[in-house]
Design a protein around this ligand. Sequence first.
Ligand code: ADP
Length: 634
Amino acid sequence: MSVETQKETLGFQTEVKQLLHLMIHSLYSNKEIFLRELISNASDAVDKLRFEALSKPELLEGGAELKIRVSFDKDAKTVTLEDNGIGMSREEAITHLGTIAKSGTADFMKHLSGDQKKDSHLIGQFGVGFYSAFIVADKVDVFSRRAGDAASEGVHWSSKGEGEFEVATVEKAERGTRIVLHLKAAEDEFADGWRLRNIIKKYSDHIALPIELPKEVAAAEGEEQPAVEWETVNRASALWTRPRTEVKDEEYQEFYKHIAHDFENPLSWTHNKVEGKLEYTSLLYVPTRAPFDLYQREAPKGLKLYVQRVFVMDQAESFLPLYLRFIKGVVDSNDLSLNVSREILQKDPIIDSMKSALTKRVLDMLEKLAKNEPEQYKGFWKNFGQVMKEGPAEDFANKEKIAGLLRFASTHGDEGEQVVGLADYLARAKDGQDKIYYLTGETYAQVKNSPHLEVFRKKGIEVLLLTDRIDEWLMSYLSDFDGKTFVDVARGDLDLGNLDSEEDKKAAEEVAKSKEGLVERLKTALGDSVAEVRVSHRLTDSPAILAIGEQDLGLQMRQILEASGQKVPDSKPIFEFNPAHPLIEKLDAEQSDERFGDLSHILFDQAALAAGDSLKDPAAYVRRLNKLLVELSV
Ligand code: ADP
């Protein structure tokens, strides 16, 4: 035992304690993954060393043959992993193995329910990494030395996973990290060559560097202990460099878990080798579930970048647009320089053309998924639909393609579920329909019963129902799809085009003419509250409705802007009334100007309420309504 100096005991960050507790209690059914997680970390550590050694070759002194060794001791009940990667300094061991650096961890922890079944899914989104050692071990010793540091600057980190850990400075002859797992009494089955070999083959075959296990050799005559011979048990070649036809689905899946730090299998992937002017290989995955920090600005995103098989950086963000930030994967380029930096990536024209090609690959993969696996696509949409809706604004060139991937609730859909694509919509459109109709609002319940839909219901025309916060904003970027214009049914003077017969139009004109007097009276009564008054052809059951001016901001956009403290230009609605409604007939016949005024204001306010808006003067509405009720009851 070497001398330990500067020994101190430190507490884990609260989130680490919670994570440890949760992990030990929820991952008991899949204990063997601890090895995958630790090997994955060791492989990352080797990648980092390889990269740093490009500019500082001396870092490789004392062993340029990079590898991971896994050994075990049946009697001592230990499993040991050793890598000769970048290693950790004392400070790094304290921060990396004592805290969780991910932003939003505290928020994530709040989502834990205490229900172990549910929480074990959440933990998958989070990734457990190093701490998974405590699933099988009741004590973990980590010995590490950062490449380039002196042998006397090694660190010994040790913990029983119960809230505290110890660190001490120790002598360590080789750079890299050795992790010793002291197995729990019930987990000693892992101190076994066959078991370890099988786990490595199952989960870590794709790891690009050799993973070695001691070979079972008989002791030579006269010796008590046989000499240890090591044997590589994994394939040890970068998975993405192999031809597609030779890689099994399970291998793609395990590779995904390694690079994405995810527990669940991916939903889909696309693996491509590009040759020609630019040469690169990409392997891109769609996760099954959204990460908990999908909407956090600082959340990690981007691909793992390799240059000629050498790992260069994590989270290279320049290869995909923001709205595809949930895509995980690897890109390996033959054209970039090994010392490429983030700043260079942002400006390099090579990256621009790779970005547009990779974006197309992802959109094609999603199109395929939507076409061939509609059920899976539904799941995708639930998880990532909101992010995809950012697409048309960000990626003008692919607007049409993205639009085809969008899914909406609709009057002909499944009770508010976002399952209707624009192609489905057009496929069942009415003969002669050359528009895509939609309505935006706060909630599905509200839009589904909106008076704006009355004429559509009567004619059996489908209307898309958009109730996500960003929908109105989204629609401001979508003007058409497949040559058909989008029409907000709450906006302007609704023109149903060919869907109205000549007779309908003629009749409507005649009615409008006959109601000119009423229109004038309403204009006087409603005064400043309205931009215009007109006879409606979109109503069958309701007496009146408020339409938004063609160029005005919709309610949703107005509310978003107001909530963010911006001044929103005042716009007045158009008051449309249904001449056939008994209340309107009564209104038309009303002799008293005072009663006419009260009733028209009530109708106006009711129309605002039905549109989901709030009243400017709710007290006045109540007063007027009560006045009428009193008159009614005498
Ligand atoms: P993650 O791998 O998701 O970052 P982990 O909890 O698995 O989270 O590991 C935390 C950090 O500890 C790693 O990011 C890395 O910096 C460090 N680490 C873990 N294992 C090793 C290792 N074998 N060699 C060097 N550093 C390591």
